[in-house]
Design a protein. Structure first.
Length: 263
């Protein structure tokens, strides 16, 4: 089996994807901007933005799992460079991890992810795009910041469907092994919950006493979120949609919090 190259393999999702692939017996190579001590998997030093080392990193790889994201809006340039180099290296499968709702929520970062999706789809390579909802970790991090104030303010009428990063990583590993499938079913958490409910759960888990107030937010992004543009269509696991239930996470936000912040 040819190696699987993972970009962003030291990030929140990427490092778990690497572990899942290794547990399946897959040869893994991680692209990093810095050199690392060799371990269970190989390392390739390279930079997707500048192109430094990318061709060497792709040498011999059969599949690329693109988890990397950059700061300063450089994701599109990085993805374009990766696509071009992967084509030249004879990569047979490019798997891109995106976000549910990038085509429905007019947020700048979402537009960037949608453009990266387009580059992957039009790459001429065998491709897979997996969209996932927000990770429990991200929701907890945002709520932690908001709860520093005396009052925790949340947007009115917005719900989230957070998912465990380990379950997303397992799905990514399955798709990487399976080969190109095009647009995979969106992957979300088991529950759709109003953000104020998630905030209350977070405060209880951290032992913080704060009032949670819902505040109206103007603009197109807020309207799209209130309309559920960030949620898996049909609800958790595709409930309510025709055909077989979609793959979905099982760990709730409350279960994540109990694990992260044990009493």
């Amino acid at each position: 089996m040819r190696p699987i190259l993972v970009t962003g393999g030291t990030g929140t999702l990427g490092r778990v994807v690497v572990r899942r692939l290794l547990s399946r017996g897959c040869p893994v190579r991680v692209l990093s901007r810095q050199a690392h001590t060799p371990g269970e998997h190989g390392w390739a030093v390279g930079d997707l933005v500048t192109g430094r080392g990318v061709e060497a990193a792709l040498s011999g790889a059969g599949t690329v799992v693109h988890c990397a994201t950059t700061h300063g809006g450089r994701d599109v340039a990085a993805t374009r460079r990766l696509v071009e180099a992967a084509g030249g290296a004879g990569v047979s499968h490019l798997l891109y991890v995106s976000i549910v709702g990038v085509d429905r929520v007019p947020l700048g970062y979402y537009r960037t992810k949608a453009e990266c999706e387009r580059l992957v789809v039009e790459s001429g390579l065998g491709w897979t795009v997996l969209r996932a909802t927000q990770f429990h970790d991200l929701v907890a991090r945002v709520l932690d910041g908001l709860s520093k104030a005396p009052v925790l303010l949340v947007p009115r009428g917005v719900a989230l469907q957070p998912v465990d990063v380990r379950e997303v990583a397992e799905r990514v590993a399955q798709l990487a092994e399976a080969g190109p499938v095009g647009r995979a079913d969106d992957f979300g958490g088991p529950e759709v919950r109003p953000v104020e409910v998630l905030a209350a759960e977070f405060l209880r888990a951290r032992g913080r006493r704060r009032p949670v107030l819902r505040t109206p937010l103007p603009g197109g992004t807020a309207r799209a979120l209130r309309a559920g543009g960030n949620l898996v269509a049909g609800g958790p696991g595709g409930v309510g949609s025709p055909g077989a239930a979609r793959p979905a996470g099982r760990t709730t936000f409350a279960e994540f919090l109990a694990e992260r912040y044990p009493a």
